[in-house]
Design a binder for this molecule. Structure first.
Ligand code: DX5
Ligand code: ZN
Length: 226
C-alpha cells in the first residue's frame, strides 16, 4: 500500500496570491499540488495553462505538480506542461483521439502519466494500457468546478479500480500506480474514501476554504489512518 498523498487543488486558492498560497499549503503539510487545467471546450470553465506552472517552478515550488488536463485535444498541452515542470500529467481518455499514443508521449517527455474517469465513464480502457499508467484518477464530481458534492457511486468505482490495480501490480512487482480521487473530498468523508481504496486525495474547497490549512490537512490524515 502506497503512502497517502494530500493534493490541494489550486482551483480554490486565492489566485491573486497563487505562489504564496501554494507555498503555504505545502508548509501546512500537503504533499503534491493539484493543477486543474480547463479549456472552456472539454469543460465549461477556463483556468490556467503551462505558463502558470512554469511560474510556480520559478517561484521555488519544488513539490510534485499533478496536472489534471480537462482539455480537448490533449497532446500539445501535455507536451507544454511537461516542459513547464509537471510531475504527473493526467487526461480524460475521451478527450484524446489516440489514448495509447498520448500516454506514451507524456512518458517520453519525462512525466508520470495517468487517465481520468468521469463519474459515468467505465474503466474498461484501463486494462489495455495499464503498463503505461502511473495514476488512475476517478472523478467524484462532474469536472469543471470546485465546491460540488461527492457522488456516492464513486466509492464502488474506487473499489473496482483498486482491484484492477492490485491485480496488475501483483503480476508486475515494483510497478507503482496511484489511485486518486477528485471532487467533494472533505474531512468527514475522506476516511470512507480511503477505505474504498484511494491513496491520493484531491481537495480544493475543503482545504483552501478553511481558515487553518494545517489543521485541516492534519484532520484529513487522521481520518485516512483511522
Ligand atoms: C473539478 C476539479 C477538482 C476540483 C475539486 O473539475 O477537477 O480538482 O477543483 O474541488 P473540490 O475539492 O472543491 O470539490
Ligand atoms: Zn482536478
Amino acid at each position: 500500500k502506497l503512502a497517502p498523498l494530500i493534493a490541494p487543488s489550486i482551483l480554490s486558492a486565492d489566485l491573486a496570491r497563487l505562489g504564496d498560497e501554494v507555498a503555504n499549503v505545502l508548509a501546512a503539510g500537503a504533499d503534491i499540488v493539484h493543477f486543474d487545467v480547463m479549456d472552456n471546450h472539454y469543460v465549461p470553465n477556463l483556468t490556467f495553462g503551462p505558463a502558470i506552472a512554469e511560474s510556480l517552478r520559478k517561484f521555488g515550488i519544488s513539490a510534485p505538480i499533478d496536472v489534471h488536463l480537462m482539455v480537448e485535444p490533449v497532446d500539445d498541452l501535455a507536451a507544454q506542461f511537461a516542459k513547464a515542470g509537471a510531475t504527473y500529467v493526467t487526461f480524460h481518455p475521451e478527450a484524446s483521439r489516440h489514448v495509447d499514443r498520448s500516454l506514451q508521449a507524456i512518458k517520453a517527455a519525462g512525466c508520470k502519466a495517468g487517465l481520468v474517469f468521469n463519474p459515468a465513464t467505465p474503466l474498461d480502457v484501463l486494462k489495455y494500457v495499464m503498463d503505461k499508467v502511473d495514476m488512475v484518477l476517478l472523478m467524484s464530481v462532474n469536472p469543471g468546478f470546485g465546491g460540488q458534492s461527492f457522488i456516492p457511486g464513486a466509492l464502488n468505482k474506487l473499489a473496482d479500480a483498486r482491484a484492477l490495480i492490485d491485480a496488475y501490480v501483483a503480476k508486475n512487482p515494483g510497478r507503482e500506480i496511484r489511485l486518486e480521487i477528485d471532487g467533494g473530498v472533505k474531512t468527514d468523508n475522506i476516511g470512507a474514501i480511503a477505505a474504498a481504496g484511494a491513496d491520493t486525495f484531491v481537495a480544493g474547497s475543503a482545504i483552501f476554504g478553511a481558515r487553518d490549512y494545517a489543521s485541516t490537512i492534519k484532520a484529513m490524515r487522521a481520518a485516512i489512518a483511522a
